[in-house]
Unconditional design. Structure first.
Length: 318
């Protein structure tokens, strides 16, 4: 048992070489916790060559002894078809066994499967139940999903205030999508009192993580001078980064805005925007900090309008 405890501690500290030695010894002796962690190491290629088949072997041994971590891990292997043929029914079986023990990751996975109809007909109410159980244990993604389903009324009565509450909990844990959605609710007064300053703050946090939607929305705010200094050069830079991202991540929505803005820029605005793009691309500081420094130092032939000059009618928001 001493080797098992030491092996787990070594794994959690990132010392995979020594963790492998201690965990393997205990796993071969039948210790389920060691077997579970050894399975994870093979699954993720931590300290060993990635080997999904070996991961399944060790996860199954631990799962059959009732280890919830291994049961969830084995469910994920069946769900993804890694080391075993994909089998959503078997994935559900192992997720449920882990969830019955309160494993928040398994509860979230069951929420996802019920929400998207994986292995069965989609069941929004069942999805909401599993998301809530997971979210109550602090799962950040489950909190995001709860915000989403209360926002849209999927499996629950539509409740913008509840949606905002769950988005905020996820946003406070630094989830970029939740930060973006919370920003929009604050900007529009949907579920919350309208607060453009706080909306901008959440958009900035999200954009700093590369969220395409927040980059696009911030671009629009800078273009119009809503809650931020007006700068079409900054808008051009932010639209450019948003448009350059995968369309599935929201990048496609920025492209027409970028094209329209580009055609109306002066040469000075375009050059300034390109300069900002270069600065951001070099890294070294978050996007929001780079924008602030750019606006402070750049000698732009642009009027910088006072904050909140534009009322920012939501109906005009793209």
């Amino acid at each position: 048992m001493g080797h098992a405890l030491r092996g787990v501690a070594e794994y959690r500290s990132g010392d995979y070489t020594h963790a492998l030695q201690d965990l393997q010894q205990e796993a071969e002796s039948g210790n389920p916790e060691s077997q579970a962690y050894l399975g994870l190491m093979f699954d993720l290629g931590q300290g060993v060559k990635q080997d999904f088949a070996q991961a399944v072997v060790w996860l199954r041994r631990a799962a059959e002894q009732g280890n919830a971590t291994a049961q969830c891990g084995l469910g994920q292997m069946y769900h993804a078809g890694q080391g075993v043929p994909q089998d959503l029914e078997e994935a559900t079986h192992w997720f449920r066994r882990a969830a019955d023990q309160g494993d928040e990751r398994a509860e979230f996975q069951l929420g996802e499967m019920c929400s998207f109809g994986e292995g069965a007909i989609a069941d929004p109410r069942e999805a909401a139940k599993w998301y809530l159980r997971s979210a109550d244990q602090g799962n950040v993604l489950a909190r995001l999903r709860l915000g989403w389903i209360y926002d849209l009324g999927l499996g629950v009565d539509s409740d913008p205030k509840a949606a905002a509450r769950w988005y905020r909990k996820s946003a406070q844990a630094n989830n970029a999508e939740a930060q973006c959605r919370l920003g929009l609710m604050l900007q529009t007064g949907h579920g919350l009192s309208m607060d453009l300053g706080e909306a901008v703050s959440w958009y900035r946090k999200s954009a700093d993580q590369g969220n395409a939607e927040s980059l696009r929305r911030l671009g629009w705010l800078y273009r119009e001078g809503c809650g931020v200094p007006r700068s079409r050069s900054v808008a051009f830079a932010l639209y450019s980064f948003s448009a350059g991202m995968d369309q599935n991540e929201g990048g496609g929505r920025a492209r027409p805005l970028l094209d329209t803005l580009y055609r109306s820029l002066t040469l000075a605005e375009f050059d300034a925007g390109q300069n900002l793009i270069t600065r951001i691309s070099r890294g070294g500081a978050p996007i929001s900090v780079q924008v602030d420094a750019f606006l402070f130092h750049a000698a732009l032939d642009l009027a910088v309008f006072p904050i909140y000059r534009n009322p920012c009618n939501y109906l005009e928001f793209p």
